[in-house]
Design a protein around this ligand. Structure first.
Ligand SMILES: [Zn+2]
Length: 300
């Protein structure tokens, strides 16, 4: 791919909706708008329900991907959850560059939330993250969600593929490397929920249907369904349906459902978008998700 081609793709991606594009507008830092991929006007506040919005499912709904921030305190998050009839799970990132790096940090985080009616989780970014913490403290967490968006380089650095300047010169080579890391996350990490499944970086987002081949989808679903992985004995992984990135797509969700996998909804929000679902409700409706298809995190 030539430089000009790449520039063209990036410019095009920036100008038009591509699936998952909202991620690069700053999902990690919050405060972004989301554009609907279906050209239906996106309703940014759920205080009034407008026509055309998919209905809230009949089963209890949880947003297991809420980050507290200076634009979202625990009390504000709880208020939004109450207004929208959604229970919350709070996540924080551990590791270098993030607030939780020691047992003491983790204990402080857990203790600070334990008195609130929320589930308490972690969203690790780097493989091997759990080595920094002792088991008795880790065991107090209600759940762990991890994505495969921070790809390790051979030299020990990382590529955050959700960033807008992610370059993909060779889509096939990228997919092979991405699949390898996905497999690593799904087999070696002690996690409960696979976050952002099938997200693609901006330059290749439009090739979603062709790059997520049947064997690749099958492989991810099989690994999530494999309860014999030593890192998580007896546990299958739940699939996050991600409100910000609009992943995974309907086809993936239907296949995962058929394989008996369970799902969670997540806004990955740090602001008033917490507990506000459009894509997740749409997928629930289109894929016929019922209460039995949803993964429910138990409190400790
Ligand atoms: Zn997150």
């Amino acid at each position: 791919m030539t430089h000009s081609r790449r520039t063209f793709l990036q410019t095009t991606a920036a100008a038009l909706w591509v699936p998952h594009f909202s991620r690069v507008l700053g999902a990690r830092s919050g405060d972004f708008d989301v554009i609907s991929p279906d050209s239906e006007p996106r309703v940014h506040t759920s205080r009034s329900s407008k026509g055309g919005e998919p209905p809230k499912p009949a089963f209890p709904v949880h947003d297991y991907h809420v980050h507290l921030s200076n634009t979202l305190t625990i009390d504000q998050a709880l208020q939004l959850g109450k207004e929208r009839g959604v229970q919350l799970g709070i996540l924080e990132h551990p590791g270098p560059g993030y607030p939780i790096n020691t047992d003491a940090d983790l204990q402080h985080y857990i203790d600070g939330l334990r008195h609130y009616p929320v589930r308490i989780g972690l969203q690790p970014v780097y493989p091997g993250w759990s080595k920094a913490f002792s088991k008795p403290v880790l065991d107090q967490l209600d759940y762990i969600l991890m994505d495969a968006l921070t790809l390790p380089n051979p030299d020990g650095t990382y590529v955050a593929i959700w960033q807008i300047d992610t370059h993909v010169d060779d889509a096939e080579a990228f997919m092979q490397r991405y699949m390898q890391f996905i497999e690593q996350v799904l087999t070696t990490e002690r996690i409960d929920i696979f976050g952002w499944p099938t997200f693609l970086p901006v330059p290749i987002a439009r090739q979603y249907a062709e790059l997520w081949t049947k064997p690749r989808i099958r492989r991810i679903i099989d690994l999530c369904a494999d309860a014999k992985q030593p890192a998580r004995p007896g546990k299958k992984l739940a699939i996050e349906i991600n409100e910000v990135a609009h992943v995974p797509d309907e086809n993936f969700i239907k296949q995962a459902k058929q394989a008996g996998l369970k799902f969670t909804f997540g806004t990955d929000s740090r602001n008033q978008n917490a507990a506000h679902f459009y894509y997740c409700y749409q997928m629930a409706q289109r894929c016929g998700l019922t209460e039995g298809d949803m993964f429910v995190v138990k409190g400790k």
